[in-house]
Structures are given as C-alpha cells and as structure tokens.
Design a protein around this ligand. Sequence first.
Ligand SMILES: [Zn+2]
Length: 271
Amino acid sequence: MTLVVTSSCVTGDGVVVIDALASPAQGERLVRVIRSVTREPIRWLVLTHHHPDHHFGAVVLRRAGARVIAHPDVSTGVDEQSREAAESAWTLVVGKEQMVGFAYADAPDRAVVTADTLRLGGQTIVIAHPWRGPGGAHTAADLIVWLPLERVLFAGDLLIEDGVTMVVDGSGKGLLAALDTLAALAPRIAVPGHGAIPADPQVLIGRTRDYMLRLRAAMRAAVERNRSLNRALDSLPPADEGRPVSLRSRERRNANRVYLEVERELMGLEP
Ligand SMILES: [Zn+2]
C-alpha cells in the first residue's frame, strides 16, 4: 500500500495532499515522495473520510506544515469503538513499528459539510460532501475533491477498483445518490480510494452502481419473502477469516448492512 490511497496536487503555490495513508511510517514515505517531486510547501491535507487507512499518517503531514480539511464528523469509521480502541485495533493491522509517533490529526482546521473551494497558484480545487441525506454513503463524512479545469475527481472510497465499495459505515441508498453526483461531474479522470485509476471513470461508476442496485434488489426480495438475515446471507460465499476487506468479506458485510437498511425502508422507518 504505497500511493494507492492518496494523491497530491502541486499547484505552483503549495501542495494539496489528498489522504494521508495508513500510519505515521507511511505518512513519512508520502512526504519523501512529495519532496522528490517539489519543494513547494505542503499547505493542505484533504481527508476524504475518517477510516484509519486514509488518515493515520496525517500527523506527519501536519508536522510537515499541512492544515487539515475534513468533514467534522470524526466519529465515522470507528463506529461503536472509541478512538483509542480504533488506534489499538489498527496497530494490530499495520504493526507497532509503523505506528511510532502516532497521534490523531483528522480533526479539521477547515471543516467542510457542504462544499468549499481552494484557490492556489491558479489552481481551483473544489471539496464537497456529495451526499448529505440520512445514512451516509461510504461513511457519513465523505468528501470528494474535484479539479474543474482538468476534470479530475478524487473520489475517496466512494469508488474502489473492483466496484465493491463498503457501505457498512454508510448506506447503499446514500452510495447510489453519491454516485449520481460523481457521474454528473463527467470526470475525465477519477482516482479511486483503492486500486488503479480506471480507463473510463463512467465504467467504474456504473459498475459500482450496478453492484449496489443488484444487492439492494436481492436483499429487498429476501425481506419481502420473510427470509431471515442469516438465510439471505446463505446465498453468499462465507467471509474470509481474518480478512475483513477481501472481496468476499466486503460482499457479505455489505449484504448484512443493506438487508437491515432495506428492512427499515420497507417498515417505513427510513425517511
Ligand atoms: Zn474507507
């Protein structure tokens, strides 16, 4: 995991970094990579959301001079866990050596809850919260970064390479709404939160939408036939033990979440 969850814009009047990788050690590597490209000051770090793999290196960027732009709902992604528990759990994932010097640095210096525009060195950078309805999309605190002149979109985890993005901290319905916003931008290039940049952004947006529409339809059919959650999940392969973000695990965890979401909708509990 090197630069797959992050990107930077060198504006001519400072660097804007998008996401900060998964640990202080990775954050240091990121700063070294930026320094190999430019001596411009690192002015801003934009966090696309508050999952650890996107911001646990943020403290290093902050020490390098960046101020943080993020959605202020930092509870997202740690769900029921406390921030300390999330730190301990993540340390087990990446290893203690990676986490030396860690401190939370995802609280925004500049909070974005709707949209904001940075103008630096002739570059216009729009930062927006694409779905403000109930339930969130990938999370309740997603931000996208949009370069309107170049038509480049940094989508965070609203898009990932294989189209099976997680909604366990958000909602399928919100993801579909956020994807409509992404599609309407008609990006020339879309940088996903994980994996390779797709040749055609609309293909990945469409693939993600199709996956979620299929999953919602399948879970809706199960609820309407009074099938229990466990029986509805029986149609899916088991999750991969110890690999919570493998494809099979994501599919199963999403199905679980979407079943409950659709059930609430059918009971009239969702707005
Ligand atoms: Zn995420």
